[in-house]
Every structure is written in C-alpha cells, then in structure tokens.
Write a protein that binds this ligand. Sequence first.
Ligand code: PLP
Length: 363
Amino acid sequence: MNRGLTAEIDLNAVSHNLKVIKDIARNLPVIAVVKADAYGHGAVKISGRLINDGVEYLAVAFTGEARELRDSGINAPILVLFDPDAEDIFKYGLVPVIGDKKTADALSKEAERRNTALNVHLKIDTGMGRLGFAGDPVKEILEIAGMRGINVEGVMSHFSEADIKDESFARMQIASFDSVRKELLQKGLQIRLFHIANSAAVESLHESNFDAVRPGIMLYGYSPVLTSNLQLIPVMTVKAKILTIRRLPAGAPISYGRTFITKRESLIGVMAAGYADGLSRRLSNNAEVIVRGKRVPVVGRVCMDLTMIDLTDIGHVEAGDEAVIIGRQGNESIDADELARRADTIPYEILTSIGYRAKKVYY
Ligand SMILES: *Cc1c(COP(=O)(O)O)cnc(C)c1O
C-alpha cells in the first residue's frame, strides 16, 4: 500500500538483536516469531535475514502468513501457532501447533491418507487461558503421540504476561510446564523441543528457556521488560512527508473538533499521515515528531490521512521536509515505547499498526 508513511527497516539491527538473544539464551535454537508481517516490519525480508543468520525455525499465526513465506522461496520449518488448516499444512509443509484432540485426529487421518508423517507441536495451557490442553495434558499428549501419521516434535506453552511483571505467576507456569515435560520424558517419549520462552522470559527467566526460545518483539529492537538493560536496536524508522506549511494568526482553530487553537502567530505543518496509516487518534494533541533535528508537537486531532504539527519554533523548514515519527534525527529520538505510553497501549500495537501500512524500504 502506498500511503503517506515510509518505514525504513534496518536489517543489520535485526542481526544485532538476534545476536543479543543468542548470547543470553546460550545459543539455544531460536524459533523466530514473524507473525503479523514480522510485527509490521515485513515478514519476507525479515525472515530471509534471520535464516541467513542461522535461525532454524520461524513462527507465524496463520497458514496464510506461512504461504507468503513459502511463495517467496523460504524453505525453513515454519510453526503455525494458531490455525491448523489441514490443506495448507500439508500443501506448504508447515508444522501446526495443536491444542485439542479433534484437530490432532483430523490431521492424523489426513497424514495417513497422504501416506506421510506430520511433525506437530502440542500446546499446554499453563495459565494463559487461551489455547491448549488444560485438564490432563500428559494423558492427551500420550494419546496424540500414539496417533498414526503424527510425530510430536515439540511441546509448548505461553506466558500470560508479555512483560512478565508478576514473576510468581510465570514461575508457576514454568513449574507446571516442567512437570508435564518430566513426566513425558519419564514415559520415554522422544520430544525434541520443549519451549515456552517469549522475549521477556528470554531476558529475565532463564530457567524457562528449555530446548528453544520463541522471541518476537526483541528481534525488532524492543524489550518488554521495563528495567531492561539489553542493548537492542529498534529496527524500524518511520517518516512522513510534510505536504504544506501554513502561517496562521493567533486564535486559529486546528483540525476536527477545534481541540487546538493557536496562541500566537504559528507555522503549522500538514503531515501526510493519519490514523489510516496506523497513527492512533489517541495521539491527537499528545505526541511529538522530529523535524530538522528538533521535537515539535502534534496539534489538533489526528485525521484519517493528515496530521498537523506546530513548526513555529524550529527555524528554517520547508514543505517536502520529512517528519520522523519513530526514529532518530540529530540528538533527538522517539521510539515505539514512547508512542505506546502516549497512546495508552504497547509497542507491539504501535509497530504492527504503523508498520503494516507503511511503504517499506530495506537497508
Ligand atoms: C507472539 C507470540 C510470541 C512472541 O512474544 P514476544 O512477547 O513478542 O516475544 C511467542 N509465543 C506465542 C505463542 C506468541 O503468540
């Protein structure tokens, strides 16, 4: 989609962030989460770089996302977290995550019909309350492991907090995951990959790392841990063009609802980006962008396609200049964490909603 925003994607930053993850996870296999178009960064390009850097597994949410990767020539194993569509799974050689017996049954029958064996990962609900075996997971897993055409390559679970603020609950989840793991191993099941660690757990709960780690947001340069001191590099820089600059007198209302009135003669820039580009309307009168190395405020409501900024204080500026919405310019920088705080959300939502729609440029 070619709208107002350009997202510059720094693939070297992805490599750097992967190395940070590998270092703290002591070189365990990384199942790189590239769902939602790699959190808005472009799944094909990001996956290509990650595989080049030795990542052995990718994870997406839906088979449609995996299909896009296969169509672009990516042959690495792909875990499909949420959508075990049998036809796509076999057609594209994907590894489904299964959390109920009915799905396992259907896939087993299909594998038999095709005279093949399917690798699957099974999911245990240890407290997320979303998907997975809850009652007696060992019994369910043993039954599925006995199905024809099914090879249980992995068993996984998911933390109920992306930032793991409450470590006691996360530790309970780890303990319950580990007890299932021990029981399965005791019963002689050969399962290669037990995994539960999202980004926050990679960083702060090393005992959760087991056979592989499953980070997402960290690859893109953000830590969900508030007190993080990891040297991650944000991968995405987001810029908008300033279409027009207008000189308005004091007392001029700006944008829908007249929520901003100029207090002085003002230079108001009109930026080619709005909520249709993923710039939340909650940033109305409540964000800054960087123009010519200086921070300037968003004034008035964010519109569908346009957003106004107050350029009065920055000296020389021209129509056609760029405004940095996420990124660094001069001594200033704005990251997705800042926008998330202002919009009362999380950087995941900022990156996916802006990145998804922006024209992407890779370097
Ligand atoms: C999205 C997701 C992840 C990655 O989470 P981050 O917090 O981005 O590291 C891992 N596992 C599952 C099941 C997910 O849905």
